[in-house]
Design a protein around this ligand. Structure first.
Ligand SMILES: [Zn+2]
Ligand SMILES: [Zn+2]
Length: 124
């Protein structure tokens, strides 16, 4: 059996040698696989696709300010379109514009931290 050359891992700055015929070392091969699985599982399944990108840009154009900060009397540019009620994969809820609000990154982080924090109680 002719020995295939062992090339260095294609991942930048890795430097480990690959198994014959592979482009990445064992570690980075796995890492890439995991990342691809994640992307496939989230972006597509949850509806965060091109359609959502377009919709959220349009929504932010009409609602450019963070609504939570606005309530507190602050003028802060919104960065994300948030689902008031977490959609949890529910496509009807996901695309319901009445369920959308503009938030700045800080407010969005606070909100999602509360929702994912497992306090068993959600706002709204
Ligand atoms: Zn590597
Ligand atoms: Zn805010």
């Amino acid at each position: 059996m002719p020995a295939l050359p062992r090339k260095p891992c294609a991942f930048a700055r890795c430097g480990r040698l690959t198994e014959p015929g592979q482009r990445h070392c064992q570690l980075h091969k796995r890492e890439r696989q995991v990342r691809q699985d994640k992307e496939r599982g989230t972006a597509a399944n949850r509806g965060y696709g091109y359609k959502w990108q377009k919709a959220r840009v349009g929504f932010l154009k009409h609602h450019p300010l963070c609504c939570r900060c606005e309530q507190a009397g602050l003028v802060v540019a919104a960065a994300v379109v948030d689902h008031i009620k977490p959609h949890r994969g529910d496509m009807v809820l996901f695309w319901d514009r009445a369920n959308w609000q503009s938030l700045c990154t800080a407010c969005h982080n606070t909100k999602t931290a509360k929702e994912d924090g497992g306090f068993g109680r959600r706002l709204t």
